[in-house]
Design a protein around this ligand. Structure first.
Ligand code: NCD
Length: 307
């Protein structure tokens, strides 16, 4: 089967088959991601990176993925050192980097930014997070993590916890989990509930997720606690943030004896106690590693098919 998507903008553009194709390829590439095997799949190819917002894992795992496939990377990790500070617009910046690179990765604070530039350049564009919108490659690695650690995706029960309003990772992930028939619960303070638009789309597809503000309601049945950071930078009013921060904290006592794993896209603040890191529950660093084979699969597929 050939992969139909030239650009990775929203998980809503994927079919389940498209997702499975990437997950399968990621599995095949894992030995290369672990440096147990070498690959020259993308020799001579260049990835262009445009990061208008901070990033550690997404940017560095894309770079690692490209380099493990013997390709090169150019771009900026912050706008300060680029002509963006001189006032260059997004379209001109993207069109220029597209002249140098075989694919572009963009993270931007504006929802829709990745889609916008994908209409302007001829190389594949990958959305590495657009405001509170989508983060599709994170979702692919989240799914891969569940599959690798729990052996399946279908039939799991997943609780999405924290900032469901502004968190782009949970927006993307909920659409994907719906495709696999995963039973979801949404746990958040009432001010940070899953947006109505997402709930509406899920309902249209026959998915009704339990919504609650009480984490204790999900602990017995969940296979995965997918915990998220309160997205401080997206709050219009800092007062509102200070009222809500610290609303949830997962610690060893809370999950002791439960059969579940704890995932988090990272960075984490105080929503997970550090003591969880070294227990069999805490899977977030392993999850961060899986970003490498999954992004290798994405880059190889897009650059081989569309550049
Ligand atoms: C997330 C993001 O940027 O959306 N991080 C990531 O990509 N791994 C989550 C966050 O910033 O809270």
């Amino acid at each position: 089967m050939t992969f139909p998507l030239k650009n990775i903008i929203s998980i809503k553009d994927f079919s389940k088959q498209d997702i499975n194709l990437i997950l399968k390829l990621a599995e095949n590439l894992e030995p290369v991601a672990r440096s147990k095997q070498q690959s020259d799949s993308l020799t001579g190819k260049i990835l262009g990176m445009m990061f208008y917002e901070p990033s550690t894992r997404t940017r560095l795992s894309f770079e690692t993925a490209m380099k493990r496939l013997n390709g090169g990377v150019i771009g900026f990790a912050e706008t300060g050192a680029s002509s963006v500070t001189k006032g260059e617009n997004l379209a001109d910046t993207a069109r220029t980097i597209a002249e140098y690179a075989d694919a572009l990765v963009i993270r931007h604070d504006l929802e829709g930014a990745a889609r916008y530039i994908s209409d302007m350049v001829s190389v594949p564009v990958i959305n590495a997070g657009d405001g509170a919108g989508q983060h599709p490659t994170q979702t692919l690695l989240d799914l891969y993590t569940m599959k690798r650690i729990l052996g399946k995706i279908k039939g799991l029960q997943v609780a999405l916890i924290g900032d469901l309003k502004y968190g782009r990772t949970v927006h993307s992930l909920s659409y994907a989990l719906a495709m696999y028939g995963v039973k979801m619960s949404f746990v958040s303070p009432k001010e940070l509930k899953m947006p109505r638009g997402v709930l509406h789309d899920l309902k249209r597809d026959g998915v009704v997720a339990q919504e609650t503000a009480d984490i204790n309601e999900v602990l017995d049945d969940a296979d995965v606690l997918y915990v998220t950071r309160i997205q401080k930078e997206r709050f219009p009013d800092p007062e509102e943030y200070s009222k809500i921060k610290g609303a949830y904290r997962i610690d060893s006592d809370l999950i002791k004896g439960k059969e579940l794993i704890v995932m988090h896209p990272l960075p984490k603040m105080d929503e997970i106690a550090q003591e969880v890191d070294n227990t069999p529950y805490g899977k977030y660093f392993e999850q961060a590693f899986y970003g490498v084979p999954v992004r290798m699969a994405i880059l190889k597929t897009l650059i081989k098919s569309f550049s």
